[in-house]
Design a binder for this molecule. Structure first.
Ligand code: KG4
Ligand code: ZN
Length: 355
């Protein structure tokens, strides 16, 4: 097996849910190419992701996307130095498609490969940008499956400060959209609708901000919206006004908890990542809070907030460089604790000497 040369790019594969993402990332040259195929249309008629359909579509799309991405980077498989794939958390069948393809490629090309934690991918996505954060920092990870506040002491060394007790932030966006009749996937559509809503016509509570702690709970907020919608005239204008009230409550709650987490950890940098990190109001409010209170805020560009292959290629490249490759077995983890990850060795000459 050839060692990962830091001069060689890593192929990243993301297939944990309803998006097939592929990218090539080079630790020295940055992101060389990335491609994304979204299954949204496939699942739309069912109102949510159908796991078996997701797996089958990953099977259909993954290898053509790998070819397309390599071509876009102007590379052949022999130019690669390693392979990274999402090993969890996520839908088991969808994860297995990416893991099996990645392992088979690694085996046939005699390359090192590593299974990446999807949420670590999200958390490290801001490192794809020119203005990248440096640990220690606090990360707000808000996606369809998670709402977490993490203390990042170093890359790979994560402490969970707060978690969701029920619905994740993205899930709350999606369910709220659905109950007001918006088609799947509702989160981004609800956010778009909120832009035209009248501020202040509907005001919902900021859950769990009136007591200490960093956990989240959004199911009550969703119920408040349901009642408001059921008792309304259900016109398009009212839908937009309720969407506005919901988004403001959600963003305000996340902002309050982020400020609290920064205070508890004494960190001076905040990273926002995961699909809800693409939300314009959240980005604007936290950027403003950073200016007011004197901390730095880092976001990935919106397309790297939602699922993508670039974040997996980057996280995998860092771990492969640190010598962390897995065995040849195909293993995935539908549930996987972020705190259980092993820390990355500090980037030092000792690490590079291994190669
Ligand atoms: O990170 P992601 O692509 O997938 C998961 O790992 O879950 O996050 C998807 C979630 C969905 O719930 C979607 O509704 C939400 O992110 N989302 C948004 C926006 N864009 C995506 N929520 C609010 N505003 C947005 N602009
Ligand atoms: Zn995700």
């Amino acid at each position: 097996m050839s060692d990962l040369s830091i001069a060689k790019p890593v192929l990243g594969i993301e297939s944990s849910c309803d998006e097939t993402g592929v990218a090539v990332y080079d630790l020295e040259r940055g992101l060389l190419a990335h491609r994304l195929y979204s299954q949204i249309r496939l699942h739309a008629e069912y109102g949510g992701v159908v796991p078996e359909l997701a797996s089958r579509d990953h099977v259909r799309k993954l290898l053509p996307l790998v070819r397309e991405t390599l071509a876009a980077a102007g590379l052949g498989v022999s130019d690669l130095g390693g392979i990274a794939y999402t090993a969890g958390p996520g839908l088991i069948g969808a994860l297995l498609v990416g893991a099996a393809a990645a392992r088979a490629l690694a085996w046939s090309l005699e390359l090192p490969a590593i299974g990446v934690h999807h949420m670590e991918g999200h958390l490290l996505a801001p490192l794809l940008e020119a203005d990248a954060p440096e640990a220690p920092f606090v990360a707000l990870l808000v996606s369809g499956g998670h709402s977490m506040l993490i203390a990042v002491d170093a890359i790979g060394s994560y402490r969970l400060l707060g978690d969701t007790l029920d619905d994740a932030a993205g899930e709350a966006f999606d369910k709220t959209a659905k109950l007001m009749g918006l088609p799947y996937p509702g989160g981004p559509q609800l956010a778009r609708l909120a832009e035209s809503g009248v501020p202040g016509r509907y005001r919902f509570s900021r859950p769990m901000t009136d007591r200490p702690g960093l956990d989240f709970s959004f199911s009550g907020l969703k119920t408040q919206v349901l009642l408001a919608w059921q008792n309304s005239d259900q016109t398009d204008a009212t839908r937009a006004d309720i969407a506005r009230g919901f988004e403001e409550a959600m963003v305000d709650t996340l902002r309050i908890k982020c400020l609290r987490a920064l205070e508890v950890t004494a960190a001076r940098s905040l990273v926002i990542a995961g699909g809800v990190g693409a939300n314009k109001r959240l980005r604007a409010q936290l950027a403003q809070a950073g200016q007011d209170k004197g901390f730095r805020v880092y976001f990935p560009r919106p397309e790297f907030c939602t699922d993508n292959g670039a974040m997996i290629a980057l996280a995998g490249a860092l771990r492969l460089r640190a010598g962390q490759l897995d065995g040849a077995g195909i293993q995935v983890f539908p549930r996987w604790d972020l705190e259980s990850l092993s820390p990355l060795e500090p980037e030092s000459d000792a690490v590079t000497e291994k190669y």
